[in-house]
Design a binder for this molecule. Structure first.
Ligand code: SF4
Length: 151
């Protein structure tokens, strides 16, 4: 018993256990700013057995109050600006914003219209831009894991 207790004390004092561990997870909240659903289709594949994005510490949450990162897809329509800003406002600090896909980057894939703002940058501070129409699941995971490394 005494030997066991001594070993336990040694383990507790070991450098690895005493060092604070870095948190390695990122909770994602998605907002559709006015997309064709192509980006959403690729985004939904992340949780499939093929990509299994939870193994990287990534997860999708239903509320922005639980989110670390806001992922926005689609051409930003005037009708969605308020909802996107409110979702961002509800997120705890530090919070990140990802513009996902050519539309959110302002490439105008879905055309120009008075009801379309276009660039996510015009309404929120964007931390990460993921290109593509739509971006592949690999591109999305690469972008999100880069954010995870910065966290
Ligand atoms: S970037 Fe392409 S796939 Fe994504 S919403 Fe725009 S048109 Fe659709």
């Amino acid at each position: 018993m005494i030997i066991l207790l001594n070993n336990l004390r040694k383990i507790r004092k070991s450098e690895n256990l005493m060092r604070p561990r870095k948190v390695r997870s990122l909770a994602v909240r998605h907002c559709d700013g006015g997309s064709c659903n192509g980006c959403e289709h690729e985004l939904s594949l992340l949780s499939s057995p093929c990509y299994d994005f939870q193994r990287f510490g990534l997860s999708v949450v239903a509320s922005p109050r639980h989110a670390d990162v806001l992922v926005v897809t689609g051409s930003i329509t005037v009708a969605m600006v308020d909802a996107i800003r409110r979702a961002y406002g509800a997120m705890p600090e530090p919070r990140k914003v990802v513009a996902l896909g050519a539309c959110a980057l302002g490439d105008g894939v879905l055309g120009q219209d008075d009801r379309i703002i276009g660039r996510l940058d015009d309404i929120l501070p964007v931390d990460m831009r993921i290109e593509g129409c739509p971006p592949t699941p690999e591109q999305i995971i690469n972008g999100l894991t880069k954010l995870l490394e910065q966290a």
